[in-house]
Design a protein around this ligand. Structure first.
Ligand code: FES
Length: 147
């Protein structure tokens, strides 16, 4: 039975079974490959997308639990989102693999707290691992995007 998901502002019918992780549906069925597979067990943050504005780990979220939640992926930001612009300005990525997840967590943070403190940034970004260690540039870009 098809499941209808709300992805980036549009209803999308998907064929995958209800227990299929959202990340697999995004990447393999919908060919939206911006969300990355890192650990597959909810530990690294590379697969982060938003569900009703909250960051979730799409690798460990079965589509059957999503209901009518509005899913936003990195593709849904459109490329010119203020957080993406700040990322470019601060030349944040090194290898880049974790960056879509980092950006989605940053977007969620700034929607909830437009002017976060250093502690709030650290707390919100805590679950997104960067093996290149781009953390300083990530923090600077978030502060810049916050204005
Ligand atoms: Fe989902 Fe690592 S791939 S948290």
């Amino acid at each position: 039975m098809a499941t209808t998901l709300q992805i980036n502002g549009k209803p999308v019918d998907v064929k995958a079974a209800a227990d299929t992780p959202l990340l697999w549906v995004l990447r393999d069925e919908l060919l939206m490959t911006g969300s990355k597979y890192g650990c597959g067990v909810g530990q690294c943050g590379a697969c982060t997308v938003l569900a009703d504005g909250q960051p979730i780990r799409s690798c460990s979220t079965p589509i059957g639990v999503l209901g009518t939640a509005k899913i936003t992926t990195i593709e849904g930001l459109g490329g010119a989102h203020p957080v993406q612009q700040a990322w470019v300005k601060h030349d944040v990525p090194q290898c880049g693999y974790c960056q879509s997840g980092q950006i989605m967590s940053a977007v969620a943070l700034l929607e909830q707290k437009p002017h976060p403190s250093d502690e709030e940034i650290a707390s919100a970004m805590d679950g997104n691992i960067c093996r290149c260690g781009a953390y300083q540039r990530i923090r600077e870009a978030i502060k810049d995007a916050a204005g």
